[in-house]
Design a protein around this ligand. Structure first.
Ligand code: ZN
Length: 247
C-alpha cells in the first residue's frame, strides 16, 4: 500500500545523490482516507522498509498547529494520532509540517532532504537571492517561479507554524501552492502529486544550487528577469512539459 512511498524514500536516500546521510530527511504520503503515512524517527532513508513509516490521522495532527503546547506534549499528541493504537514506531518530529503541507498545498507526496549542494547556500548569506530568483527555464518549470524561504526555526511545532505562514503568503501571491520550500540552516522540502514529481523537483533544485554556487565562484550570478520567469511559468507548452515530467 505504501510501496510508492518506500521507493521514493529509498531513491531520495541513495548515497550517490548526497541529499541525506544517516537518519536525515523524511517523506510522507496522503491517502484518500483522511490519513497519511510519514517516516518514523531513527530510520535511514536509503534502506527503509514498511516498518519505517507510521500511519496517522491527518486532522488530529493538524489540530496541534493551533495549540500552544510544548515539545513533549506535541510528541505524545502525534503518537496518539496513530491509526493503529498498537503501533510502536515513533513518528518523525517533522510529522506536523508534513500533515500541514499535505493539507494546505493539496500535495499527495512530500520529500524533505538536507542536500549538501543546497545547504551550502542555506548556510550562507546568499540564501535569499537563491530562493527568490531564477537562473534558467527548467528551474522555473520544476521548482516554481520562486521558493518559499524561511529563517531557521526550532524543529517541531514552531517550524510547522512558520512554514504554514510562508506557504499561505505564497498562495496569496501566486494563487497556487509552492513546489519548493527552503529553510535556512536546515534544508529543502519538495511537494508533488506523485513520487516522480518529488524526485524531479528535488533533483532540479539541487542542480540549480550547483549552478548558483558555480556562478558565485566565477562572478555574480545573473538572474532571469521576473517577467521572463513568469512568461516561462505560464507558457502552455511548458505547462504541458511539466505535466509529462510528473507522471
Ligand atoms: Zn530536516
Amino acid at each position: 500500500m505504501i510501496d510508492s512511498l518506500i521507493e521514493l524514500t529509498r531513491t531520495l536516500g541513495l548515497p550517490g545523490n548526497d541529499y541525506v546521510i544517516i537518519g536525515e530527511g523524511n517523506t510522507s504520503y496522503r491517502d484518500s482516507e483522511g490519513t497519511f503515512w510519514v517516516k518514523a524517527s531513527g530510520h535511514g532513508m536509503h534502506e527503509i522498509g514498511a516498518s519505517g513509516f507510521v500511519h496517522l490521522q491527518i486532522q488530529s495532527v493538524l489540530a496541534l498547529l493551533d495549540q500552544q503546547i510544548d515539545n513533549e506534549t506535541m510528541h505524545k499528541a502525534v503518537a496518539a494520532a496513530r491509526v493503529d493504537p498498537q503501533a510502536t514506531a515513533k513518528p518523525s518530529v517533522e510529522a506536523t509540517f508534513h500533515a500541514m503541507l499535505l493539507h494546505e498545498c493539496d500535495a499527495r507526496y512530500v520529500g524533505h532532504t538536507h542536500p549538501t549542494a543546497i545547504n551550502g547556500i542555506l548556510c550562507s548569506n546568499r540564501a535569499e537571492a537563491f530562493a527568490t530568483q531564477r537562473m534558467f527555464p527548467d528551474q522555473v518549470v520544476l521548482c516554481g517561479p520562486e521558493s518559499v524561504l524561511l529563517p531557521y526555526v526550532d524543529p517541531g511545532l514552531p517550524l510547522a507554524v512558520a512554514i504554514r505562514s510562508g506557504v499561505r503568503d505564497y498562495i496569496a501571491r501566486h494563487n497556487e501552492p509552492p513546489k519548493t520550500i527552503l529553510m535556512e540552516n536546515h534544508g529543502l522540502i519538495a511537494l508533488g502529486n506523485s513520487p516522480a514529481e518529488v524526485l524531479k523537483v528535488t533533483a532540479m533544485a539541487v542542480k540549480a544550487a550547483r549552478i548558483f554556487a558555480a556562478a558565485c565562484a566565477i562572478g555574480e550570478p545573473i538572474f532571469m528577469k521576473p517577467e521572463d520567469v513568469m512568461h516561462i511559468y505560464k507558457r502552455p507548452d511548458e505547462i504541458f512539459r511539466r505535466k509529462l515530467f510528473v507522471e
